[in-house]
Write a protein that binds this ligand. Sequence first.
Ligand SMILES: Nc1ncnc2c1ncn2[C@@H]1O[C@H](COP(=O)(O)OP(=O)(O)OP(=O)(O)O)[C@@H](O)[C@H]1O
Ligand SMILES: [Mg+2]
Length: 219
Amino acid sequence: MGIELKDIKKSFGTPPTQVIRGISLNIELGEFVSFVGRSGCGKSTLLYIMSTLDEPTSGQVMIDGKEVTTLEQSELHLFRNLQMGFVFQFHHLLPELSAIENILMPAMKAKRSGERRPYAISLMEEFGLKDRLDHLPSQLSGGEQQRVAIARALVMEPKYLFADEPTGNLDSANGNGVMSLFKRVNKERRMSVIFVTHDTEFSKMATRRIEMSDGLLVS
Ligand SMILES: Nc1ncnc2c1ncn2[C@@H]1O[C@H](COP(=O)(O)OP(=O)(O)OP(=O)(O)O)[C@@H](O)[C@H]1O
Ligand SMILES: [Mg+2]
């Protein structure tokens, strides 16, 4: 169980530039891991690869003992929708849907929006958004949009949560709120939380802090 990366390499462009230069790493189920390192060192790229949203140029990604490339597309989609939550560096809310509808999107896909709605609302309350349920993304501030995106990632209570700079647009009170919630779901529900951050204090809240430099792990 958990995520296993074996000698992951990733190149972009022609001629190819190697951005991830050979990373092997195990993350156990229920871990709380932060990734840090300077801009451009490959954090987002690695997070996309370990969360199955991008493929490595070489190397293997195993999730819960299965190599990702051997999964059928439909199996992978189901796994992503039910077992993984994603918070992107740029949040990608659907502009024509309200805040609550955006949060419930993964539940809609699984035909479970009725069942997940109370939890979605409790997340909005927790994030100080309870009077923003019906606002469109364009009617929300950047920080509010970010919290909606985080609530969307949490709404299915996935086994794995991947977050790329989840507190990047937030003031310290809201940033702390998000981090305490991550800590709580990790502890109480054994959700594996894997996040990238530039914030030294937040990175230390994780039980493991992984530093990257120039496409490699710093040991
Ligand atoms: N699709 C792409 N095509 C070409 N180059 C890319 C692509 N995606 C990322 N890169 C390059 O790969 C390197 C690593 O990018 P990545 O986004 O992983 O960095 P990062 O550590 O997340 O940085 P930041 O802290 O600024 O978010 C950068 O030099 C970037 O320009
Ligand atoms: Mg990044």
